[in-house]
Ligand binder design. Structure first.
Ligand SMILES: N[C@@H](CCC(=O)N[C@@H](CS)C(=O)NCC(=O)O)C(=O)O
Length: 236
């Protein structure tokens, strides 16, 4: 059985979708970021990074001791290898997937996260500070990222050719942030096709069930995303 240490987040949704697509048995273990639970490795199956998602597999394929895996990209690769799905073994096809997966983890995730932080939270954390420059910077960087995806998806049905963990890694961020669908039709086509997959719908239904936790945390006056700032409180 796989345990997924989760909160409400696009990085966690990647793993939820992957688990659903691959039909891997799993249980969800909620980590309350607003209480700083992520800073206690014992609450994260021993992971040292103070972030979700984390998984713990008590039956790894090698028959050895239970395994904890952190970082969503590594988790996706681990699950795909375990299930033998959505990550080809042939080197040429595999590297096609891995480069888009790494691209997501290094670009869309962090830039999308910073964009959202400055749009939604910075004013409340530091009222009176002028955030015009970082907002412009991250808007520009995010638009460039959308353009990369749109160009690629104008020439291929999915990022790595066939549907893979690279698409799964990207879809929660594309659904989370506005990508101006009318200006990026190939990205919009991909977004709609993936969103309609039953496994993706199931993952979003499960995620919606704990959205209330996120709302409750916001009402308690805790900033999200926390980024190690669990004790910063919202000003309004
Ligand atoms: N690079 C990491 C990012 C993980 C991450 O930033 N997780 C956020 C939620 S989306 C988190 O746990 N934040 C808690 C905190 O920063 O205190 C991954 O892809 O797994």
């Amino acid at each position: 059985m796989i345990e997924l240490y989760y909160s409400s987040s696009p990085n966690v949704l990647k793993v939820m979708i992957a688990l659903e697509e691959m039909g891997l048995d799993h249980v969800l273990r909620f980590v309350d970021l607003s209480k700083g639970e992520q800073f206690d490795p014992a609450k994260l199956a021993g992971s040292p990074t103070a972030k979700v998602p984390v998984i713990r597999d008590d039956r790894p394929g090698d028959g050895g001791a239970p395994l904890t895996v952190f970082e969503s990209g590594a988790i996706m690769e681990y699950l795909a290898a375990k299930a033998g799905r959505l990550l080809p073994t042939a080197p040429r096809e595999r590297i096609e997937v891995m480069q888009w997966l790494n691209w997501q983890v290094a670009n869309l995730g962090p830039i999308g996260g910073q964009f959202w932080h400055f749009e939604r939270f910075a004013d409340r954390l530091e009222p009176g500070t002028d955030f015009t420059y970082p907002r412009r910077r991250y808007r520009r960087m995010l638009n460039a990222i959308w353009d990369v995806m749109n160009r690629r998806l104008a020439e291929a049905e999915f990022l790595a050719g066939a549907y893979s963990i690279a698409d799964i890694a990207c879809i929660p961020w594309v659904r989370y942030l506005d990508f101006a669908p009318s200006e990026r039709p190939a990205l919009a086509r991909w977004h709609d096709a993936i969103s309609a997959r039953p496994a993706v719908e199931r993952a979003y239904r499960k995620s919606a069930a704990f959205k209330t936790e996120y709302g409750r945390n916001e009402r308690q006056g805790v900033a999200y995303p926390f980024e190690g700032l669990a004790r910063h409180t919202l000003v309004s």
